[in-house]
Design a binder for this molecule. Structure first.
Ligand code: PGA
Length: 248
Protein backbone atom coordinates (compact mmCIF):
# COMPACT_ATOMS: atom_id res chain seq x y z
CA UNK A 1 0.00 0.00 0.00
CA UNK A 2 1.42 3.39 -1.00
CA UNK A 3 0.65 6.26 1.38
CA UNK A 4 -0.45 9.20 -0.75
CA UNK A 5 1.64 12.35 -0.45
CA UNK A 6 0.02 15.72 -1.18
CA UNK A 7 2.27 18.76 -1.29
CA UNK A 8 1.60 22.49 -1.60
CA UNK A 9 3.97 24.33 -3.92
CA UNK A 10 3.54 28.01 -3.15
CA UNK A 11 6.11 29.18 -5.70
CA UNK A 12 7.04 32.87 -5.35
CA UNK A 13 4.24 33.74 -2.97
CA UNK A 14 3.54 34.49 0.72
CA UNK A 15 5.42 36.57 3.27
CA UNK A 16 6.51 35.07 6.59
CA UNK A 17 3.38 36.48 8.27
CA UNK A 18 1.17 34.99 5.54
CA UNK A 19 2.83 31.60 5.87
CA UNK A 20 2.37 31.66 9.64
CA UNK A 21 -1.29 32.64 9.31
CA UNK A 22 -1.83 29.85 6.78
CA UNK A 23 -0.30 27.26 9.11
CA UNK A 24 -2.35 28.46 12.10
CA UNK A 25 -5.53 28.07 10.06
CA UNK A 26 -4.49 24.86 8.30
CA UNK A 27 -3.19 22.59 11.09
CA UNK A 28 -6.53 22.29 12.94
CA UNK A 29 -8.25 21.38 9.64
CA UNK A 30 -5.92 18.45 8.94
CA UNK A 31 -4.86 17.28 12.42
CA UNK A 32 -7.05 14.17 12.24
CA UNK A 33 -5.82 13.18 8.79
CA UNK A 34 -3.76 10.04 9.28
CA UNK A 35 -3.95 8.71 5.74
CA UNK A 36 -2.10 11.35 3.74
CA UNK A 37 1.51 12.53 4.01
CA UNK A 38 1.05 16.31 3.90
CA UNK A 39 3.81 18.71 2.83
CA UNK A 40 4.11 22.50 2.49
CA UNK A 41 6.74 24.18 0.31
CA UNK A 42 7.08 27.91 1.07
CA UNK A 43 9.71 30.29 -0.30
CA UNK A 44 13.19 30.07 1.25
CA UNK A 45 12.68 33.16 3.40
CA UNK A 46 9.68 31.62 5.20
CA UNK A 47 11.14 28.14 5.78
CA UNK A 48 12.56 28.87 9.22
CA UNK A 49 9.31 30.31 10.58
CA UNK A 50 7.29 27.54 8.95
CA UNK A 51 9.59 24.87 10.39
CA UNK A 52 9.00 26.19 13.91
CA UNK A 53 5.23 26.24 13.46
CA UNK A 54 5.10 22.76 11.94
CA UNK A 55 7.35 21.08 14.54
CA UNK A 56 5.53 18.15 16.13
CA UNK A 57 2.63 18.33 13.67
CA UNK A 58 1.53 15.88 10.98
CA UNK A 59 2.63 18.29 8.23
CA UNK A 60 6.13 18.16 6.72
CA UNK A 61 8.22 21.00 5.30
CA UNK A 62 9.82 21.18 1.87
CA UNK A 63 11.94 23.64 -0.06
CA UNK A 64 11.09 24.41 -3.68
CA UNK A 65 14.70 24.03 -4.82
CA UNK A 66 18.24 23.53 -3.50
CA UNK A 67 21.86 23.70 -4.62
CA UNK A 68 23.95 20.57 -4.67
CA UNK A 69 27.10 21.90 -3.01
CA UNK A 70 27.33 21.88 0.77
CA UNK A 71 29.26 25.10 1.26
CA UNK A 72 31.71 27.43 -0.39
CA UNK A 73 31.83 30.21 -2.92
CA UNK A 74 28.33 29.82 -4.38
CA UNK A 75 26.80 33.23 -3.85
CA UNK A 76 23.05 33.15 -3.42
CA UNK A 77 22.67 29.39 -3.07
CA UNK A 78 21.24 27.22 -0.28
CA UNK A 79 22.52 23.73 0.55
CA UNK A 80 20.62 20.62 1.66
CA UNK A 81 22.01 20.68 5.20
CA UNK A 82 20.94 24.32 5.64
CA UNK A 83 17.43 23.23 4.65
CA UNK A 84 17.58 20.41 7.20
CA UNK A 85 18.70 22.98 9.75
CA UNK A 86 15.39 24.86 9.41
CA UNK A 87 13.25 21.72 9.52
CA UNK A 88 12.92 20.59 5.89
CA UNK A 89 12.42 16.89 5.28
CA UNK A 90 11.75 17.25 1.56
CA UNK A 91 13.06 19.27 -1.35
CA UNK A 92 11.39 19.70 -4.74
CA UNK A 93 13.68 19.54 -7.75
CA UNK A 94 13.10 19.84 -11.45
CA UNK A 95 9.89 21.82 -11.47
CA UNK A 96 9.12 22.80 -15.07
CA UNK A 97 9.51 26.46 -14.14
CA UNK A 98 13.08 25.78 -13.01
CA UNK A 99 13.77 23.74 -16.13
CA UNK A 100 12.37 26.47 -18.36
CA UNK A 101 13.44 29.76 -16.73
CA UNK A 102 16.72 28.60 -15.18
CA UNK A 103 17.76 26.10 -17.84
CA UNK A 104 18.13 23.24 -15.36
CA UNK A 105 19.06 20.01 -17.08
CA UNK A 106 18.43 16.45 -15.94
CA UNK A 107 22.14 16.05 -15.23
CA UNK A 108 22.13 19.10 -12.95
CA UNK A 109 18.89 17.98 -11.28
CA UNK A 110 20.42 14.58 -10.64
CA UNK A 111 23.26 16.26 -8.70
CA UNK A 112 20.75 18.19 -6.63
CA UNK A 113 18.66 15.09 -5.95
CA UNK A 114 21.72 13.12 -4.81
CA UNK A 115 22.78 15.94 -2.48
CA UNK A 116 19.27 16.13 -0.99
CA UNK A 117 19.29 12.42 -0.24
CA UNK A 118 22.84 12.49 1.11
CA UNK A 119 21.67 15.06 3.66
CA UNK A 120 18.83 12.72 4.70
CA UNK A 121 15.90 14.40 2.97
CA UNK A 122 13.36 13.09 0.48
CA UNK A 123 13.43 14.31 -3.11
CA UNK A 124 10.23 15.32 -4.89
CA UNK A 125 11.41 14.99 -8.50
CA UNK A 126 9.22 16.68 -11.13
CA UNK A 127 8.81 15.62 -14.72
CA UNK A 128 6.33 16.54 -17.42
CA UNK A 129 5.82 17.46 -21.05
CA UNK A 130 4.79 20.64 -22.87
CA UNK A 131 1.65 20.64 -25.01
CA UNK A 132 3.60 20.42 -28.28
CA UNK A 133 5.20 17.16 -27.12
CA UNK A 134 1.87 15.69 -26.02
CA UNK A 135 0.32 16.64 -29.36
CA UNK A 136 3.14 15.05 -31.28
CA UNK A 137 2.67 11.78 -29.39
CA UNK A 138 6.16 11.88 -27.88
CA UNK A 139 5.22 12.27 -24.20
CA UNK A 140 6.56 8.91 -23.08
CA UNK A 141 9.88 9.40 -24.87
CA UNK A 142 10.39 12.76 -23.21
CA UNK A 143 9.46 11.43 -19.76
CA UNK A 144 11.75 8.43 -20.17
CA UNK A 145 14.63 10.80 -20.92
CA UNK A 146 13.87 12.96 -17.87
CA UNK A 147 13.71 9.89 -15.63
CA UNK A 148 16.82 8.22 -17.10
CA UNK A 149 18.91 11.35 -16.59
CA UNK A 150 17.38 12.64 -13.37
CA UNK A 151 17.03 9.50 -11.28
CA UNK A 152 20.40 7.88 -11.91
CA UNK A 153 21.89 6.47 -8.70
CA UNK A 154 19.15 7.70 -6.39
CA UNK A 155 17.92 5.96 -3.23
CA UNK A 156 14.38 4.99 -4.15
CA UNK A 157 13.28 5.01 -0.50
CA UNK A 158 13.78 8.75 -0.37
CA UNK A 159 12.20 9.59 -3.68
CA UNK A 160 8.76 10.80 -4.73
CA UNK A 161 7.95 11.58 -8.35
CA UNK A 162 5.66 14.35 -9.47
CA UNK A 163 4.21 14.10 -12.95
CA UNK A 164 3.17 17.58 -14.04
CA UNK A 165 2.05 18.08 -17.63
CA UNK A 166 3.18 21.64 -18.34
CA UNK A 167 0.00 22.43 -20.25
CA UNK A 168 -1.99 21.76 -17.07
CA UNK A 169 0.07 23.92 -14.70
CA UNK A 170 -1.73 27.08 -13.65
CA UNK A 171 -4.00 26.88 -16.68
CA UNK A 172 -7.14 25.49 -15.08
CA UNK A 173 -6.91 22.62 -17.58
CA UNK A 174 -6.37 19.35 -15.73
CA UNK A 175 -5.29 16.11 -17.32
CA UNK A 176 -8.31 13.84 -17.36
CA UNK A 177 -8.12 10.93 -14.90
CA UNK A 178 -7.62 8.66 -17.94
CA UNK A 179 -4.71 10.75 -19.25
CA UNK A 180 -3.16 10.93 -15.77
CA UNK A 181 -3.54 7.20 -15.18
CA UNK A 182 -2.13 6.29 -18.59
CA UNK A 183 0.95 8.44 -18.08
CA UNK A 184 1.48 7.42 -14.45
CA UNK A 185 1.29 3.80 -15.53
CA UNK A 186 3.95 4.44 -18.15
CA UNK A 187 6.16 6.20 -15.57
CA UNK A 188 5.81 3.26 -13.18
CA UNK A 189 6.70 0.79 -15.92
CA UNK A 190 9.75 2.87 -16.80
CA UNK A 191 10.80 3.02 -13.14
CA UNK A 192 10.62 -0.77 -13.11
CA UNK A 193 12.92 -0.85 -16.10
CA UNK A 194 15.55 1.49 -14.67
CA UNK A 195 15.25 1.02 -10.90
CA UNK A 196 13.66 -2.40 -10.47
CA UNK A 197 10.31 -3.94 -9.58
CA UNK A 198 10.40 -3.17 -5.85
CA UNK A 199 11.10 0.51 -6.48
CA UNK A 200 8.31 0.65 -9.06
CA UNK A 201 5.80 -0.95 -6.70
CA UNK A 202 6.57 1.35 -3.78
CA UNK A 203 7.26 4.66 -5.58
CA UNK A 204 4.74 7.41 -4.96
CA UNK A 205 3.86 9.29 -8.15
CA UNK A 206 2.08 12.58 -7.56
CA UNK A 207 -0.01 14.27 -10.21
CA UNK A 208 0.32 18.05 -10.57
CA UNK A 209 -1.47 20.57 -12.78
CA UNK A 210 -4.63 22.44 -11.75
CA UNK A 211 -5.52 20.04 -8.94
CA UNK A 212 -8.36 21.49 -6.88
CA UNK A 213 -10.99 20.37 -4.34
CA UNK A 214 -13.41 19.56 -7.18
CA UNK A 215 -11.14 17.16 -9.10
CA UNK A 216 -8.80 15.66 -6.51
CA UNK A 217 -11.02 12.68 -5.74
CA UNK A 218 -11.25 11.41 -9.29
CA UNK A 219 -7.51 11.83 -9.82
CA UNK A 220 -6.69 10.05 -6.55
CA UNK A 221 -8.99 7.20 -7.55
CA UNK A 222 -6.58 6.30 -10.37
CA UNK A 223 -4.55 3.22 -9.55
CA UNK A 224 -1.15 4.78 -10.21
CA UNK A 225 -1.81 8.27 -8.82
CA UNK A 226 -0.40 8.46 -5.29
CA UNK A 227 -0.81 12.08 -4.38
CA UNK A 228 -0.66 15.57 -5.79
CA UNK A 229 1.58 18.59 -6.13
CA UNK A 230 -0.70 21.60 -5.87
CA UNK A 231 0.02 25.20 -6.80
CA UNK A 232 -2.86 27.69 -7.04
CA UNK A 233 -5.41 25.73 -5.02
CA UNK A 234 -2.96 25.29 -2.14
CA UNK A 235 -2.68 29.00 -1.37
CA UNK A 236 -5.79 29.12 0.83
CA UNK A 237 -5.86 26.94 3.95
CA UNK A 238 -9.48 25.89 3.49
CA UNK A 239 -8.98 24.87 -0.14
CA UNK A 240 -5.77 22.92 0.49
CA UNK A 241 -7.34 21.22 3.53
CA UNK A 242 -10.23 20.08 1.34
CA UNK A 243 -7.70 18.61 -1.08
CA UNK A 244 -5.71 16.70 1.55
CA UNK A 245 -8.92 15.56 3.24
CA UNK A 246 -10.29 14.24 -0.09
CA UNK A 247 -10.93 10.87 1.52
CA UNK A 248 -13.49 12.39 3.92
P1 PGA B 1 -1.09 24.49 -10.28
O1 PGA B 1 0.49 24.30 -10.14
O2 PGA B 1 -1.75 23.59 -9.26
O3 PGA B 1 -1.34 25.95 -10.00
O4 PGA B 1 -1.46 24.10 -11.67
C1 PGA B 1 1.06 23.05 -9.91
C2 PGA B 1 2.55 23.15 -9.86
O5 PGA B 1 3.14 23.91 -10.64
O6 PGA B 1 3.22 22.45 -9.07
Amino acid sequence: MRTPCIAANWKLQKTVAEVEAFIDAFLPLVKDNTTVEIVLAPVFTALHAAGKKLAGSNVGLSSQDVYHEEKGAFTGEVSPSLLMDVGCKYAIVGHSERREYFNETDEFLNKKAKAIQAAGMTVIFCCGEPLSVRESGKTNDLLAGQLDGGLKGLDTNKLILAYEPIWAIGTGVTASPEQAQETHKFIRSHIEKILGADAAASMRIQYGGSVKPGNVKELMACEDVDGALVGGASLEAESFAQIVNFGG
